[in-house]
Design a protein around this ligand. Structure first.
Ligand code: ADP
Length: 270
């Protein structure tokens, strides 16, 4: 559906993404992991044509992304950026309707059609925000706000979702809820999602494929079990980890091995 072919992106002379190839398939979640500065956000932002490439191609349904109008791209690809534009006084419903702007001059906030309202209502129900639809965005908890941001992306009805750390600052249950909503969209509507995350276990649980990046390069791409190996994680994150199988889901489970404090002997009993 969306494909990056051998793309390289530079900021001035500094290469941020180097020869990365990636395919987002319908019905699949791809997680992008890697240390800070690895190029994950830059890669994500290049996938809807926001950032110019030095070389390589981004293809949407087999055509160069530059061949599409911004409006068409807005209908096909929804982006949830890290610095979500959140704290201004609009209601949850108004905020979600903002996701409809790409549907035409008569869509979006202030100009919504019946179809826009129908979609917004569906999305409110899907994200369990119906009761909060009249609440101001800046009066929501962090978890509710993140859900509203995702709801707006879902309201675009885009078939490609690009999410940059959507679960940052969320507690355990809200993290899982958010990714379950993305999973649901991929399963039910054959959407393709890319999720940048620092949470390796969440990636293991929800992603079909994982792309591991370091220094702008794609070091490995594959199923979670192929990418989340102690060797690769040590090489990339410079920390020893234990990888075993989650006792319930069977997904790889990554546990950093605690650093021993000087003078401590783990075998000693007192
Ligand atoms: P990540 O998302 O993995 O943390 P980024 O894509 O944000 O990585 O950054 C990759 C590299 O590009 C880093 O070295 C970062 O400093 C640099 N970079 C990111 N955004 C800009 C920018 N707007 N201008 C110049 N350099 C940037």
């Amino acid at each position: 559906m969306l494909e990056a072919r051998d793309i390289t992106i530079s900021y001035n002379d500094r290469v941020a993404v180097s020869n990365v190839t990636l395919t987002l398939n319908a019905g699949e979640i791809t997680a992008v992991i890697g240390p800070n500065g690895a190029g994950k956000s830059t890669l994500l932002r290049s996938l809807n044509g926001q950032i110019a490439r030095a070389s390589g191609a981004v293809m949407l349904d087999g055509h160069l992304i530059e061949k599409y109008s911004r409006r068409t791209i807005g209908r096909r690809i929804a982006v949830v950026a890290q610095e979500a534009e959140l704290r201004f006084p609009v209601t949850v419903l108004e905020f979600i309707l903002g996701g409809r702007f790409a549907w035409g001059p008569n869509s979006g906030w202030g100009w919504e059609t019946e179809q826009d309202l129908r979609v917004a209502e569906e999305v409110l129900a899907e994200t369990e925000l119906t009761e909060l639809s009249g609440r101001l965005m800046n009066e929501l908890s962090g978890g509710e706000r993140q859900r509203a941001v995702l709801a707006r992306a879902l309201a675009t009805e885009a078939s490609v979702l690009l999410l940059d750390e959507p679960t940052a600052n969320l507690d355990l249950s809200h993290q899982a809820t958010l990714l379950a909503l993305v999973r649901n969209r991929c399963d039910k509507r054959q959407a393709a999602a890319l999720v940048v995350t620092h949470d390796l276990n969440l990636a293991a649980q929800f992603a079909d494929r994982i792309l591991l990046m370091k220094n702008g390069e794609a070091l490995r791409s594959g199923k979670p079990a192929e990418v989340l190996t102690p060797q690769l994680l040590k090489q990339v994150f410079e920390v020893e980890v234990l990888v075993d199988a989650h006792p319930i889901t069977g997904a790889p489970r990554v546990t950093p091995i605690a650093f021993q404090r000087a003078g401590e002997n783990p075998g000693e009993t007192t």
